[in-house]
Each structure stands twice: as C-alpha cells, then as structure tokens.
Write a protein that binds this ligand. Sequence first.
Ligand code: SAM
Length: 248
Amino acid sequence: MVFPLMLTYMDILQALCEKHCAQKGTLYVVATPIGNLSDLTLRAINILKTCDCIACETPSMTRKLLMHLHIKGKRLFTYRDAGEAQSAQHLLQKLQNGLSIALVSDAGTPTVSDPGFRVLRLCHRENIPIIPIPGPSAAIASLSVSGFPSDRFLFLGFLPPQKSHRQKILESYRSEQATLILYESPHRILSLFECLQKTLEPQREIFVARELTKLNEALYQGTISQLVQTVFTSAPRGEYVVLVSPLL
Ligand code: SAM
C-alpha cells in the first residue's frame, strides 16, 4: 500500500523553523513590536525560543513578551546605556563561551535611539557572528505612511531637551532636502511643536504618527500652525514620531 506524502502547513513551518534555530556563539539583534504583538516575525519568535539567553533593556518588559509567546525559563540579563562598556564585555564573554544571544530592546529595533551600539561595536571587533532579525521600527513605519519623500530621509532621533539646543539643531536642517524624522517623549511633544513653529516656515508640512500599531493609533498631516491650532491644543498621551517634509 502507498501512503501519499501529506505535508501540512504546520509541518512546513516547523521544518523552516528548525532550520533557523539560534546558532552557538552568535549574536542576534532582534526587532520586537512597537505596540501590536502580532507584528513579531516568525524568525524573531524562533530565535527568542531557541537562543540560550536574551540581553534586554528592561527584564519586566521582555518577560511580558516571552509570556505572550509561551516561552518559559529563558535566561535574561540587562544591558544599558549607563555602564554599557561593562555590559558589552559581559555579553562578549558569554558569546565567546559559545552561547547564542538575542539582543532586544523594550520596543522596536534595538540600537535605534536605544542602547546597544557599543555591544555591536565590540562584537564586530572580536569577529563574533552577528545576525539581524529585522522587524518594526517607529521611524520607518511612520515614514512609510507619511506621504512625504522617502528617497532621502534624515533620522534625528530625540533632540536634546534644552529649547535653545533644539532650536539650533532644527535651524541647521531647515534647508535639508530630505524628510526629517524625530522621536519625542509624550511630555515634551507640545514644546517640540512650539520649537518647530518658531524655527520653520509656516507653510512647512508636518506629519505626526501617534501610538502606531496600538489601539489609539492616529496620523495627522498639515502645516505646523494647522496642527497646533486644531489637534495639539493640549497634549494627548502616547508615543509620537514627528516628520518634517522638505520644502517641495
Ligand atoms: N527602538 C525603537 C524603534 O525602533 O522605533 C525606538 C525606541 S525610542 C526609546 C522610543 C521612541 O520611539 C518614542 O519616544 C517614540 O518617539 C517612538 N515610538 C516608539 N513606539 C512608538 C509607537 N508605537 N508610536 C509612535 N512612536 C513610537
């Protein structure tokens, strides 16, 4: 009797997953969701499941993600901006001892306005195999829906908190022929608008992405004064990315 070879979708998925298990002595830089947990990629899930340990920013945040994935008993250790040189050495030692490590941040792509670049620099210097596991980043997600030119963009991340410093930086990019991407914390968003209003021309187009991929996701486009007078008369809570269009 001949049995037909029946492979289900789950069999294929399993086979693919096994092929992509975390390798010994390798550092995986794993992007995690910026809100919606369904945005985690299959590769990311697989690496988080099969790596020996996870280097994270805030263990409680990473534990929540692991709980959602039903991953239990994974070893976590922290790396931070403060004392990152020490964290980097610690992580390097583990890799040199043959452990596979997934580096994650609290949300999005590690090292993008997040700690980790010193770890990466050290691992490159020591010829440690490094593999990116790409996924969400608030900067790219907002650029992709902004309708602003995306062939040239300049990621400025968080501007310094001092108003005069911010103003100086924004002035230096006034005539940049690229879309500017800024991150901002919720309690400084109104002050950033004030600064944009003071520095840029009134007709300059701004795009604001709030709470991307979350329940209260909202996208706003208009001139700075339009947005300040209508939407941002008070500071709605949440996380923001602000994009500034080049003068077209
Ligand atoms: N590594 C992250 C990434 O790849 O986007 C960025 C981390 S940075 C510490 C946090 C900032 O990213 C927030 O202050 C906000 O400007 C932006 N951000 C993160 N998640 C966001 C979201 N869901 N919606 C809008 N902005 C977000």
